[in-house]
Ligand binder design. Structure first.
Ligand code: PMP
Length: 288
């Protein structure tokens, strides 16, 4: 496996960063998870755009411009001969001293890993996932906006630990006001009264690229869509529920907090969107 590290493609064993890197010391950095399908990188521009926004929000100067950043992703895929892959693109504040001050970190560290990922077992895509609401609240947007895709994922990890103790594969996180925000690594949707509803990103959700893709697909399929605050009640009383993410794609949710959702099986809107999404990933993307 070849890793792209600060402009060079190196062997996995040589792909090491300093213990003084503030990405490691403080989670000071930003990242993207990107997917390639059959030799095409899906929504590459959107991922680079979000990475630049995350970097701008934390005043981190990107080491490369957008074109060169994209090229690094394509070069990594090519070097590894991968047509279907999950790509992790990371930019950290770089090496500094033991203090917090990012001014002591003159040079950001950037690396790209291309690998495979399978987030959930294959049968959960046909049978549906069981999830639970956890007590860990999503980060307050006024403190650390969840729209920043930063390397500091402790908030999500604490929720994931709770999910593990409940024996479920994903956790629903509420915001401080008690509205549904998102899951630890996915956005959430419900179908209720025939409408497709997802929390607004102001509720404390990442501006998910799969989320935006699904909203676009739903509209093209004439499904009424809304970005609205929802509580657990809307999920419990909805007809369908599903999660979206680059790694997860679209995954049906059939049980939440011990309650079956709708018929307890993946619903027709979910299945139609899964089909449309698969079709899109086959068709679209930046060639490697
Ligand atoms: N929310 C969180 C917290 C995530 O980590 C992710 C995965 N990047 C998502 C939502 C889904 O976003 P996307 O569709 O862009 O992968």
């Amino acid at each position: 496996m070849k890793i792209w590290l600060d402009g060079k493609l190196v062997d996995k064993e040589q792909a090491v960063v300093s213990v003084f890197d503030h990405g490691l010391l403080y989670g000071d950095g930003v990242f993207e998870g990107i997917r390639a399908y059959n030799g095409r990188v899906f929504k590459l521009d959107e991922h680079i755009e979000r990475l630049c926004h995350s970097a701008r929000a934390i005043m981190l100067k990107m080491p490369l411009d957008r074109t060169a950043t994209k090229q690094a992703v394509l070069d990594t895929l090519r070097a590894n001969g991968l047509k279907d892959a999950y790509v992790r693109l990371v930019v950290t504040r770089g090496i500094g001293d033991l203090g917090l001050d990012p001014r002591k970190c003159p040079k950001p560290t950037m690396f790209v890993i291309a690998d495979r990922i399978s987030l959930y077992p294959e049968e959960t895509y046909t049978k549906g996932l069981t999830v639970a609401t956890v007590s860990t609240r999503r980060n307050l947007p006024v403190a650390l906006d969840p729209r920043i895709k930063s390397l500091n994922y402790l908030n999500n990890i604490l929720a994931k630990i709770e999910a593990n103790t409940y024996g479920v594969l994903e956790a629903i996180m509420l915001n401080a006001e008690g509205y549904v925000a998102e899951c630890t690594g996915d956005n959430i949707f419900v179908v209720r009264g025939g409408r497709l509803i997802t929390p607004p990103t102001s509720a404390g959700a990442l501006e998910g690229i799969t989320r935006a893709t699904v909203l676009g697909l739903a509209r093209s399929l004439s499904v009424l869509c809304a970005e609205e605050n929802i509580t657990q009640y809307e999920i419990y009383t909805g007809e369908e529920c599903f999660l979206t993410g680059t790694a997860a794609e679209i995954i049906p949710v059939v049980q939440v907090d011990s309650r079956p959702i709708g018929t307890g099986k993946p619903g027709p809107v979910t299945l139609k969107l899964i089909d449309a999404f698969r079709e899109l990933t086959r068709r679209e993307g930046t060639p490697v």
